[in-house]
Design a protein around this ligand. Structure first.
Ligand code: HEC
Length: 277
């Protein structure tokens, strides 16, 4: 009896599942497909070949240093880097003294020792990169009502992050005529900028970089494309400063585990060699 009830209940649920499946399929198939401009014109990031890519990746420190310079001279006017401290720059190959001097070129919030009033002071290596705006309201007011996001983890936060940043910086263009012909309502609003790599195609950031904007001490190319690659490489580092170390430690660990497995197997064979099992 219990068994019969069990079977009936089972049948009921399976039947229900089939019915909902069928209903779902019919609605899906009969719904008209609404094509949107975002869907039709959004592009996936271009390929970007960085030294840090892949399981054996490491940082090209010269490139990451150049990317830091691009951040410092251009992006830092609007974007914070909340998770990075000046002392972290030592990992890029700068000496302690260089980091100290570098930090001192930035102003961070401080307190006047006499009056106790809020003021600014030169940064120390232990300070984190300062925010460009005192608060979100100020950030919005200066940027057409959009808040420039923190860039520390941007390379991790977006799919294919480094390639995305690179594509975004080099992807500004005029809105294609086909787009307007197909979707007359999707004209880029005033104050926004068309960029097919951005999810909704129009973003509040004006093209921040252009050819020759930053000069590199080592005379490296400073066209838009190269600088965009450099700053993307820098943002991979800010998002995962320990990447190279992780790879360096990871592979010996994998090797060790393989050897250990072989030894364990041989030991097992040895222990059980005269036993029937
Ligand atoms: C004048 C201010 C300004 C400067 C300079 C600037 N940005 Fe932006 N950025 C913005 C604003 C505003 C947004 C938000 C755009 C939006 O949401 O529409 C943004 C968004 C972004 C995004 C996020 C896009 C997303 O998917 O959400 C990235 C990445 C970015 N900026 C990178 C950079 C880099 C790299 C630089 C330096 C080369 C830079 N920005 C310089 C204002 C700026």
């Amino acid at each position: 009896m219990v068994r019969l009830i069990g079977i009936l209940v089972g049948l009921f649920f399976s039947g229900w599942l089939l019915v909902t499946l069928a209903v779902g399929f019919v609605t899906w198939a009969s719904e008209p497909k609404i094509e949107t401009a975002e869907h039709a014109f959004h592009e996936h990031p271009k390929d970007l070949d960085l030294a840090s890519n892949g399981p054996f990746g490491h940082f090209d420190l010269q490139q990451v240093q150049r990317g830091y310079k691009v951040y410092k001279e251009v992006c830092s006017a609007c974007h914070s880097l909340n998770h990075v401290a000046f002392r972290d720059l030592e990992q890029l190959g700068y000496s302690e003294a260089q980091v100290k001097a570098e930090a001192a070129m930035w102003q961070v919030p401080g307190v006047d020792p006499v009056t106790g009033e809020a003021t600014t002071r030169p940064a120390l290596p232990t300070d984190y990169f300062p925010r460009p705006y005192p608060n979100d309201v100020a950030a919005r007011a200066a940027n057409n009502n959009a808040i420039p996001p923190d860039l520390s983890l941007m390379a991790k936060a977006r799919h294919d992050g480094a390639a995305y940043v690179y594509s975004l910086l080099t992807g500004y263009q005029d809105q294609p005529a086909e787009l307007l012909a197909e979707f007359p309502d999707s004209k880029t609003p005033n104050g926004l900028h068309y960029n097919p790599y951005f999810a909704n195609l129009n973003l509040a950031m004006a093209p921040p970089l252009s050819d020759g904007q930053v000069d590199f001490d080592d005379g490296s190319p400073n066209d838009l494309d190269s600088m965009s690659q450099d700053v993307a490489a820098f943002l991979v580092w800010t998002a995962e400063p320990t990447l190279a170390k992780r790879h360096q430690t990871g592979w010996p660990v994998v090797l060790f585990l393989i050897i250990l497995s072989v030894l364990a197997y041989l030991a097992y064979r040895n222990v059980w060699r005269n036993q029937k099992h």
